[in-house]
Ligand binder design. Structure first.
Ligand code: MRU
Length: 348
């Protein structure tokens, strides 16, 4: 019996359009958008209507497939030029989550198999659907491996939203909590609100509550006190990009939690699919960290909370160095220790 029946899919292919859960409107309203153009998809990614590394990749894949359906040429070379331009356009939406680039690349190379434009159009749609289907299975596998790291009654802290709506289904860091719920295995989750745009308060708190998972919301500044006073047993987070040595980019605030985990001597886990690894980068210092609109910091929920004209620094992600990470959980299992060689082995 799945616990996910009350949580809608973030992205769905509907042949003529993409049905997208508007994550900016949650939890007050559950609204679905109909994306009909590549610009709609680009804007949805930039404005965080769809967010979370795997979900961004799925949306972009469908966006590229959708756009390609409208190309009027029957010349395959012209088709490939149009496709590459559209792929580059979608790739410019957000810089940090590698799943975006991974998914677009996967569509481009799948389309290489086609001998005709019609065949290429069909291949693109199938490949995008495959990416979404595979991600659901992958997330479930990540959940199985992650659940094996927890004891009954554990209290686990998380940040941002690495849940069902950030992926095809189940999520990465939140997947073990859904599997635990299905099996009556008691776990409690503490969710950091995740300023500036509150993915923890708006999305993680909402989706875990919808599924009946025991979840308690805290502000980000309460993390140290909560670990100390509530006896948090572990921290688990998702990832936007993991480099060859295991350095991990994830939502801003993640690195601070890793430092707290070390101070309190509790495990710090990263849960992510292989599509989030970027072996072209040796270390986290090579990852581009997105900086977003200062308005996200000077306002909360559209209400100004800072003086006019204040300078703002608004990085959306930080990088946790590999030696702060107790284990990385992928669909292939749990790796610890020498990340450089263990990550290499994941891709053999
Ligand atoms: O800015 P966001 O909301 O896209 O950031 C999302 C995260 O940092 C998630 O933890 C990460 O993408 C993993 S989602 C399974």
């Amino acid at each position: 019996m799945t616990t996910l029946t009350n949580i809608p899919l973030s992205v769905e292919w509907k042949d003529t359009h993409i049905r997208l859960l508007d994550q900016q409107k949650l939890p007050q309203e559950t609204i679905f958008l109909e994306l009909r153009t590549i610009q709609d998809v680009f804007d949805a990614i930039v404005t965080l209507k769809v967010r979370g590394a795997p979900a961004i990749g799925i949306a972009a894949a469908y966006g590229l497939a959708l756009s390609a359906q409208g190309y009027e040429t029957s010349n395959i070379s012209e088709f490939r030029v149009l496709l590459k331009n559209d792929s580059d356009y979608l790739a410019s939406s957000r810089p940090t989550a590698v799943n975006l680039f991974w998914a677009l690349e996967r569509l481009l190379s799948a389309s290489e198999r086609a001998c005709s434009v019609n065949e290429a159009k069909t291949i693109l749609v199938h490949e995008a659907i495959n990416i979404q289907m595979e991600d659901e299975a992958t997330c479930r596998d990540i959940g199985e491996h992650a659940l094996g790291l927890f004891q009954k009654g554990n209290k686990v802290l998380t940040i941002c939203n690495a849940g069902s709506i950030a992926t095809a289904r189940y999520g990465t860091a939140l997947s073990p909590f859904y599997l635990a719920k299905e099996r009556n295995f008691p776990l409690s989750v503490y969710a950091c609100e995740t300023r500036p745009v509150l993915q923890g308060a708006r999305l993680t708190a909402w989706e875990l509550q919808q599924a009946g998972v025991d979840v308690t919301l805290i502000t980000d500044s309460m993390a140290a006190h909560t670990i100390q006073s509530k006896g948090i047993d572990a921290i688990i987070v998702g990832a936007d990009r993991i480099t060859a040595n295991g350095d991990t980019a994830n939502k801003i605030g993640t690195f601070g939690l890793a430092i707290l985990a070390r101070a309190f001597q509790i495990p710090f886990y990263v849960a992510a699919p292989l599509s989030t690894f970027d072996l072209s980068k040796d270390t986290g210092s090579e990852i581009t960290i997105e900086e977003r609109d200062p308005e996200e910091v000077t306002s909360i929920g559209g209400r100004k909370v800072a003086p006019e004209g204040i300078s703002v620094f608004n990085p959306a992600f930080d990088v946790t160095p590999n030696d702060f990470i107790t284990a990385i959980i992928t669909e292939k299992g749990v790796i610890k220790g020498d990340y450089l060689s263990k990550i290499k082995e994941l891709f053999i």
